[in-house]
Design a protein around this ligand. Sequence first.
Ligand SMILES: [Fe+2]
Length: 289
Amino acid sequence: MSTQERHLYNHNPFLQFWARTSHKFFHWVDDTFIGRHNLDPDVFDIASTTLPLPRLDAAFDGYRIVHISDLHTDTWLGVERLEQVVRLVNAQEPDLTVITGDFITYRNTTLIDRMAPVLARLEAADGVMAVLGNHDYWSAPEEIQAMLEAAGIEHMGNRVRTLQRGAAALHIAGLDDVYNKRDELQSVMAEIPPHGAAILLVHVPDFADVAAATGRFDLSLSGHSHGGQLVLPWLGPLVLPPYGKKYYSGLYRVGGMYQYTTRGLGTSTFAVRLNCPPEISVHTLRNAE
Ligand SMILES: [Fe+2]
């Protein structure tokens, strides 16, 4: 999306009106017809995958990463459901929790302030890490970064952190938003030590071709496409966004790397999901030997 398009998206009164009206309409549908079900924990699909990684040291065998994305808290999800998400994530007893961007859709500082104490309750042995998404950059990147800091969440944009189990190492690399050209792959690559498995956090999934071509990443975790969000029977997703068309949902093998794209939690543009429930992803890493 060009700067001009971005400006349009944020300031076009019709688009803003449409987003808010559709939000209100589907909220009414929720309350009137399916509200009870939406407050049921079953509305969130907890999707588990087991990933054998050849470079993973045996010391990290069984390591559990809980992965959430695309909260878009200001549209369908809301802070109340976010509290429910936090409880469900913590119940998975993660070693590490990662959030791959798009915390919000529009700039709403009151709501951003309300998110911090909720996300601060995420509990994981090795902490919580996050990268920002295209909507975060289009709306309020500074406020989102401040919110992450207040919530004790590590911002991983163009950064690497190495987790240790004795001499064994597992590297977590974060790439800043590719859509807004904030990514600095070369500097991230230079920071990753030569040995040990490496996992990439990047908002957009179609970066997988580039990430896999480096030969350094064993797994890449993304969101962005919402699994299509509106998925028609037999026909598949109605619309897929730029950078989210090829690897738009679930697990893929790209060269020697796994790509996992979570369907995310919230919605954008249309405040509804169709045949595409919100997802909390649980990845269990296995030493391939
Ligand atoms: Fe996105």
